[in-house]
Write a protein that binds this ligand. Structure first.
Ligand SMILES: O=P(O)(O)OC[C@H]1O[C@H](OP(=O)(O)OP(=O)(O)O)[C@H](O)[C@@H]1O
Ligand SMILES: NC(=O)CC[C@H](N)C(=O)O
Ligand SMILES: [Mg+2]
Length: 503
């Protein structure tokens, strides 16, 4: 998952884009970048690392302008090593475009071929985002020949893009001399929302992956961008929007609610914290059915994401809620780290078990999800080492059995702990005394209870049903062969060979 932001402001935006990226850091920890625009000139800086480590004062000073976009990256195509794949991306024609993408395309190979053979465009990286930008640029070039208004030209290009591109994409882009654009794929798999801030000088606008970024900067949430919709904010701050596909249907990724998004965000009308409380409620009922409650002394979350789930579950079951794992606040999210060895090592660096809470007790550990089992394997072990008698485990998400192709980096079935294993076998694998998974229908209900207007969800990693309808076993086999090799980060070096230079 990546985090994207764009601000069309009335005063310099470099600091605001930086602040927004800090608020979206949980969506991507590998690289960060900002591109601003002033007097038809783009300035850009991007590098590996966390936002706070990437941008020094001198870099911030080199980002002038009242409009800017930014991205924090969690790679799902290409690799975490390549700085050329960090975002934003830039192309010089037509007009000059900077571009930030969250999601993952499912037909990038076909598009690459078309771009090379038909559109005569060169793609210089393995990133699907560069492919998407070039499709946008090509379609914008064609639309610019049609004597349309600015917004009509942009929406015409996006309509054509939706016809060619499949997969997940939430995008913010800046077009020199025109303004800022945001759009979302026809299923609305990845989130994108619009906010505004009324100032004495006029209204400023912001597009962001999550509402927490708007709120943190004093913007009010106007609305989510609809699936297939595009929003264009011109340089005079006029806002235009249009539905650019007749095949649009809201199918957001349910994993955003389970894990990715911050609890204080509201996505597609659903406050994430409330959704997690609801998950706790449904999971409590399942735990009551499958485990003997008299066997459980305390309920414990695995920090951070599962806290609301565990809290609500404990309350519903009338059990004590305790925090036995202390989280090192300087270690980030382990699941989105690149490479299994660093993820494994980081679980122990991140969480420490306090024996005062574990000694001679039967514990029910609650996590939001079990994906590769990296966390749960270590945690059960740590709980026992800290003196727990029995260790039960409950997951707010069902068993993850299928690869994700829409922006979560789990490209092979083999890496998933629940692949080819029953619940009992996963339980044995993580070393627990009992394991309860949320049911998929209950997970959906947890979100639907809050917004029944969501058509359906992308739940592919649980049930193997891919909302874009273009994924079959042959596709998954190819993906596994391409990306199945372990990705280990080798260097943090910084250099941008192409595009707008870091300066
Ligand atoms: O089975 P796994 O492959 O370990 O993946 C699942 C775990 O990874 C995530 O935690 P993470 O440390 O990324 O972030 P958090 O602090 O937000 O919980 C998630 O919350 C689970 O704890
Ligand atoms: N998780 C994401 O949104 C990744 C964006 C893009 N596919 C990349 O790899 O950079
Ligand atoms: Mg976690």
């Amino acid at each position: 998952m990546c985090g994207i932001v764009g601000i069309s402001g009335l005063s310099p935006v470099n600091q605001s884009v930086y602040d927004a990226l800090l608020l979206l850091q949980h969506r991507g920890q590998d690289a960060a970048g900002i591109a601003t625009s002033k007097d038809n000139h783009f300035s850009m800086f991007k590098a590996h690392g966390l936002v706070r480590d990437v941008f020094r004062t001198r870099n911030m000073r080199s980002l002038p302008g009242n409009t800017g976009i930014g991205q924090v990256r969690y790679p799902t195509a290409g690799s975490s090593d390549s700085i050329d794949e960090a975002q934003p991306f830039y192309v010089n024609a037509p007009f000059g475009i900077t571009f930030a993408h969250n999601g993952n395309l499912t037909n990038p190979d076909e598009l690459r071929e078309q771009l090379f053979n038909i559109d005569k465009r060169h793609i210089n990286t393995n990133s699907d985002s560069e492919v998407l930008l070039n499709i946008f640029a090509h379609e914008l070039q064609l639309a610019s020949d049609k004597q349309l208004n600015d917004h009509e030209m942009i929406f015409t290009a996006i309509k054509a893009l939706h016809k060619r591109v499949r997969g997940a994409y939430a995008v913010v882009a800046e077009i020199t001399g025109f303004g800022m654009v945001g759009f979302r794929d026809v299923n609305g798999i990845r989130p994108l929302c619009l906010g505004q801030l009324k100032t004495e000088a006029g209204t400023e606008y912001m597009l962001a992956s999550e509402s927490v970024a708007l709120e943190g900067l004093g913007f009010e949430l106007v609305r989510d961008i609809a699936p297939g919709e595009a929003v264009f904010i011109d340089e005079q701050k006029n806002v235009f929007s249009e539905q650019c596909s007749d095949a649009s249907k809201l199918n957001p990724c349910i994993f955003e609610y389970v894990y990715f998004a911050r609890p204080d965000s509201t996505i597609d009308g659903v406050n994430v914290y409330n959704a997690r409380l609801k998950m706790g409620q449904y999971l409590a009922a399942k735990v009551a059915k499958e485990l003997r409650l008299s066997d459980i002394d305390v309920v414990m979350p695995i920090p951070d994401t599962s806290r609301p789930v565990a809290m609500e579950l404990a309350a519903r079951l009338g059990l004590d809620y305790r925090e036995g794992f202390i989280k090192n606040r300087y270690v980030g999210r382990t699941f989105i780290m690149p490479g299994q060895s660093v993820r494994k090592k980081s679980v122990r660096q991140k969480l420490n078990a306090m024996s005062v809470e574990f000694k001679d007790k039967n514990i029910l550990l609650v996590d939001d999800s079990i994906v590769r089992g990296t966390t749960s394997r270590e945690i059960v072990d740590m709980a026992r080492a800290a003196g727990a008698k029995k260790v039960f485990f409950a997951s707010a998400a069902p068993a993850v059995r299928f690869p994700n192709v829409y922006g979560i980096d789990m490209p092979t079935q083999q890496e998933l702990i629940a692949h080819n294993r029953t619940t009992e076998e996963v339980c044995a694998e993580i070393g627990a005394d009992g394991l309860v998974y949320q049911g998929l229908e209950d997970l959906k209900k947890a979100v639907w209870d809050i917004n029944p207007n969501i058509a359906n969800f992308d739940t592919s990693c649980f049930d193997g049903i891919y909302v874009t309808g273009d994924i079959d076993q042959a596709y998954l086999d190819r993906l596994s062969a391409q990306r199945g090799k372990p990705i280990e980060k080798t260097s943090g070096s910084m250099s941008v060979n192409m595009g707008v230079e870091n300066d």
